[in-house]
Design a binder for this molecule. Structure first.
Ligand code: DQA
Length: 151
């Protein structure tokens, strides 16, 4: 059987993980995060497409490309979550389950991080659990896909 594909999309500055504010984001690099996702996907018997971009337009295009290709989207929109209506519109248009991930607890931080546009398109949001939030999101997304297939 073909394994369902889950897109794992990462927004701006996440390529700097490990170097960037380690007191906030920890020491794991984006490569480490990808390895965590690969291992979780193997365990869960799903396929992943793991990507990062600093460009808002590119992120929007990647979300659009998920239509008819992926079964769900796990996204850490980074700062675009707080600012981008274009990204929200793409997530609403793609008609797939979305789980939003933030490594840090955005609600404990500056007020401008408390709101994310993406949340309006998300089935759920995981924040503040560090990079393990990605594995938790993949687990939840796999459960949601299996539930859908049972229906
Ligand atoms: C982040 C939180 C955002 O506020 C911030 O702009 C990021 C990373 C996180 O993973 O904690 O770049 O999405």
């Amino acid at each position: 059987m073909v394994r369902p594909l889950i897109a794992v999309l990462n927004g701006p500055n996440l390529n700097m993980l490990g170097l960037r504010q380690p007191e906030v984001y920890g020491r794991a690099t984006l490569d480490d995060v990808e390895q965590i996702c690969i291992q979780a996907a193997e365990r869960l018997d799903v396929a992943i497409d793991f990507r990062q971009t600093n460009g808002e337009g590119e992120l929007v295009s990647w979300v659009q490309e998920c239509r008819n290709r992926a079964r769900g989207i796990v996204i850490n929109p980074a700062a675009y979550g707080h600012t981008s209506i274009a990204l929200l519109d793409a997530l609403l248009a793609v008609d797939l389950p979305v789980i939003e991930v933030h490594i840090s607890n955005i609600h404990r931080r500056e007020e401008f991080r408390h709101h994310t546009y993406c949340s309006r398109a998300a089935a759920g949001v995981i924040c503040g659990l560090g990079v393990r939030g990605y594995a938790l999101a993949l687990q939840a997304m796999t459960d949601m896909i299996l539930d859908e297939d049972d229906r």
